[in-house]
Ligand binder design. Structure first.
Ligand code: DON
Length: 564
């Protein structure tokens, strides 16, 4: 059996088995394997998943162990203090989605981030204790294991305890990040394992408090987090900084199995995350709007292809702002939003020769201001079960609050709510009533863990971090493979663009829209902003004869992370 371990650093070792791509987008982080594959953001966590698979565990077992391992070695995004989504397709073709997104605490209020004049108080939803939603990760991992796990829970959690106690070595970029966030850590914490600015490349990070928390989770399952000592530590931490989460909030947290969004596009079927994510809905809307157009004839990033794709993006994100939120709390019109006639009608006002307009409700803020902090893992096991998981703290190290004696960072996911109608969040996204804050509600996400079938067979497993750019990155990667005929690594690495309705600009990478395309689009009335920040895809592709191709994105800022 040959397994694929694809991750940062290690993946470079695997590059020799690739042919030179037609278009060279530095497609170095890719490899082909025959049985099972794991793509993830950190080699140590990916190794853990690999070990689980080699010991006969299935894709869910590997994902369980890997997520806990990421909470140890990838603390800026891997987490037990955040939340996430699973899209799962078993080897028989049954698919389901697990929503373990954070929830607003019971004491949360729709105007909690507004001052007396009704203006949003900058920073309140992004930094510190008030920014924290009730974490869902541990409940989600326990639930996916309860339903689909085959290996003992204790063994799977055990890997992360070893990593926390034995330590991991810092890369140069991780050292830089520790220094950059020092003042934030100092503002909200007495001390953390990441507060020492004398660290250098190769310094060992040992996390005994986190190991103790993980032992409680190992011994008691989700109750080791949501009840007893860990819950008490979280609540104590909340009280120390004006946070809202109570013991009841924690005890009441429940993940939810949901019907995935499923949409056919030619011979493909896209299976993706429903609300509380907007990802699957927007992705499905965009492919349906684009299906009638001859994208492959037009060619990759030709003027008409970009123009049409941008206009589909604009319309999907307009619907996101208006209609999308947690469907347990707001009647998201799922059927209407996915209706073929509705979506065909959505393009009625599309003009081939000129840009559409987004109502200028607000002046355009930066669409993406921070770097990538969420994390995506794609796994296919030897039986053909596929796991697509995106999990997050939201910002780098979340709220920057670490639970004292608990050893883990808490999310700042409350910023994904619409703090005030029409006022952009940190990704420049706006929302309205559908995504207003309510106690117990989940904040709207853009995370888009996705599985694609071709002619009914497993074809792609993909997803990404990257805030609002996640959905358009998944769309473009899908189209690059299916319409533009690219091998997976090229599809992942090809330059990208992004439009999210507001601000009304095409955000694009420096190497996108070349050969006069940008100038042509400008003449049609489009506006632009160049960015360095785009989603970071992790993707697997199963070829017809069973080979699994894996590709990690050239965009990952952590290329130097240590695999030891
Ligand atoms: O759920 C969301 O859409 C965001 N909290 C994801 C954040 C993210 O991807 C951060 N990386 N840039």
């Amino acid at each position: 059996m040959r397994f694929l371990l694809l991750s940062l650093g290690l993946c470079l070792l695997l590059s020799s088995c690739r042919e030179e791509p037609k278009i060279n987008y530095s497609a170095t982080k890719t490899a082909d394997f025959s049985t099972a594959a794991v793509a993830g953001p950190h080699p140590l966590a990916t190794k853990v998943a690999l070990k689980v698979l080699q010991n006969g565990g299935n894709a869910i077992d590997a994902a369980v162990a890997m997520q806990f391992a990421m909470a140890v070695v990838y603390p800026r995004a891997g987490n037990i203090g955040g939340g996430g989504f699973l899209v799962y397709r078993d080897a028989d073709g049954n698919s389901e989605a697990l929503d373990y997104r954070e929830q607003a605490p019971a004491a949360a209020d729709r105007d909690m981030y507004l001052d007396e004049e009704g203006n949003v108080v900058q920073g309140l939803s992004t930094r510190g204790h008030l920014a924290v939603g009730v974490p869902g990760t541990v409940a989600g991992i326990a639930e996916m294991h309860r339903k689909h796990g085959s290996r003992p829970w204790k063994d799977l959690v055990g890997y992360s305890i070893d990593l926390a106690m034995n330590g991991y070595r810092l890369s140069q970029s991780e050292v830089g990040r520790i220094k950059r966030y020092h003042d934030d850590f100092a503002e909200f914490n007495k001390s953390t394992p990441f507060s020492d600015t004398t660290v250098v490349e190769g310094s060992l990070i040992v996390q005994p408090a986190l190991a103790a928390t993980l032992r409680r989770i190992r011994d008691k399952g989700a109750a080791g987090f949501y009840k007893g000592k860990t819950a008490e530590l979280i609540v104590k931490e909340m009280k120390s900084g004006g946070g809202l989460i109570t013991l009841e909030d924690l005890a009441n947290y429940k993940p939810a199995w949901r019907e995935p969004i499923s949409k056919d596009y030619k011979e493909y079927r896209i299976i993706s995350m429903p609300p509380s994510s907007s990802g699957g809905l927007c992705l499905a809307q965009m492919v349906e709007m684009l299906e009638p157009y001859p994208l492959s004839d037009w060619g990759f990033q030709s003027t008409p292809a970009v123009h049409t794709t941008v206009e589909a993006m604009r319309r999907a994100y307009a619907d996101r702002a208006e209609y999308m939120g947690d469907s347990d709390f707001y009647p998201v019109p799922l059927d209407s939003l996915l209706d073929d006639d509705y979506l065909a009608g959505r393009m009625n006002d599309f003009r081939e020769d000129s840009a559409g307009t987004s109502d200028a409700i607000v002046a355009g803020l930066e669409a993406v201001r921070e770097s990538y902090e969420t994390t995506h893992i794609s796994i296919i096991d030897a039986a053909g079960n596929a796991v697509s998981i995106t999990t997050t703290l939201n910002g780098n190290f979340g709220s920057k609050v670490m639970v004292d004696e608990g050893g883990f960072f808490l999310n700042n996911e409350m910023d994904d709510f619409s703090a005030k109608p029409g006022v952009p969040n940190m990704f420049g996204l706006i929302g309205k009533e559908a995504n207003a804050i309510m106690p117990g509600k989940r904040m709207l996400s853009s995370m888009t863990p996705t599985i694609v079938e071709k002619d009914g067979e497993l074809f792609l497993v993909l997803g990404a971090p990257g805030g609002s750019t996640i959905i358009t990155a998944v769309l473009q990667t899908f189209l690059n493979v299916t319409e533009y005929g690219m091998p997976l690594a090229e599809a992942v690495n090809a330059p990208r663009f992004h439009h999210q309705y507001l601000p009304d600009v095409i955000v694009h990478e420096a190497d996108a829209l070349g050969n006069g395309v940008k100038e042509d689009l400008e003449k049609m009335g489009h506006q632009f902003r160049e960015t360095k920040y785009m989603a970071v895809i992790k993707a697997l592709q199963r070829l017809p004869e069973g080979t699994i191709v894996a590709a990690a994105d050239r965009r990952n800022p952590d290329d130097d992370v240590k695999g030891y």
